[in-house]
Design a protein around this ligand. Sequence first.
Ligand code: NAG
Ligand code: NAG
Ligand code: NAG
Ligand code: NAG
Ligand code: NAG
Ligand code: NAG
Length: 133
Amino acid sequence: FFLALVSKVLLMVVLLEPEEVTAWSGDNVTLHCQGPRNASISVLKWIRTDQESDQYVFFRGNSSNETSQLRSYRGRVELMDPEMKNGDASVILKNVTVNDTGTYECEISTEGSEDGGTKSQFTLNVEGEFRLR
Ligand SMILES: *[C@@H]1O[C@H](CO)[C@@H](O)[C@H](O)[C@H]1NC(C)=O
Ligand SMILES: *[C@@H]1O[C@H](CO)[C@@H](O)[C@H](O)[C@H]1NC(C)=O
Ligand SMILES: *[C@@H]1O[C@H](CO)[C@@H](O)[C@H](O)[C@H]1NC(C)=O
Ligand SMILES: *[C@@H]1O[C@H](CO)[C@@H](O)[C@H](O)[C@H]1NC(C)=O
Ligand SMILES: *[C@@H]1O[C@H](CO)[C@@H](O)[C@H](O)[C@H]1NC(C)=O
Ligand SMILES: *[C@@H]1O[C@H](CO)[C@@H](O)[C@H](O)[C@H]1NC(C)=O
């Protein structure tokens, strides 16, 4: 049922230019994702496109399944707007490490809107921080 809903809703996909973000180890990084402003977001997925995994960086949807979140991201990802008002599906990734360097993609499915899904991509580059004592 779930898959059927998603494929029905993901009619149109808009792929924006990948944005590049550079951060320092320990920073909190905001990954922006804007869905249709006038539709409620039913499913939001943030994935790493450069990693083979069926797990997510962040997932919000009708079936909540905590084990579907990648272990290294648990407890570190928060919605900017917990209610995802106006299609804002941006997340804050806290305390990034060099291991968070990679390509991220958000994927949105909406309810009650024919223009359906939105995707946007990010390349995050985390520089190590070296402290000399
Ligand atoms: C990141 O966010 C946490 C909690 O939201 C805060 O305590 C911390 O100071 C922030 N770190 C930076 C580098 O802004
Ligand atoms: C937003 O959605 C509501 C109901 O779904 C509709 O009445 C309204 O006209 C829409 N507004 C715009 C700007 O599309
Ligand atoms: C979740 O799915 C169930 C069954 O398909 C449906 O009855 C319910 O309204 C859905 N809830 C939300 C918040 O979409
Ligand atoms: C949760 O997700 C994991 C991995 O994706 C899967 O193996 C498991 O069956 C799921 N559990 C539920 C309750 O959906
Ligand atoms: C940030 O991550 C590092 C290691 O990855 C950890 O040692 C540190 O305690 C974390 N800081 C916060 C504020 O969670
Ligand atoms: C990055 O990943 C490597 C290998 O998985 C691990 O050994 C290392 O501790 C990780 N570094 C941080 C800062 O989490």
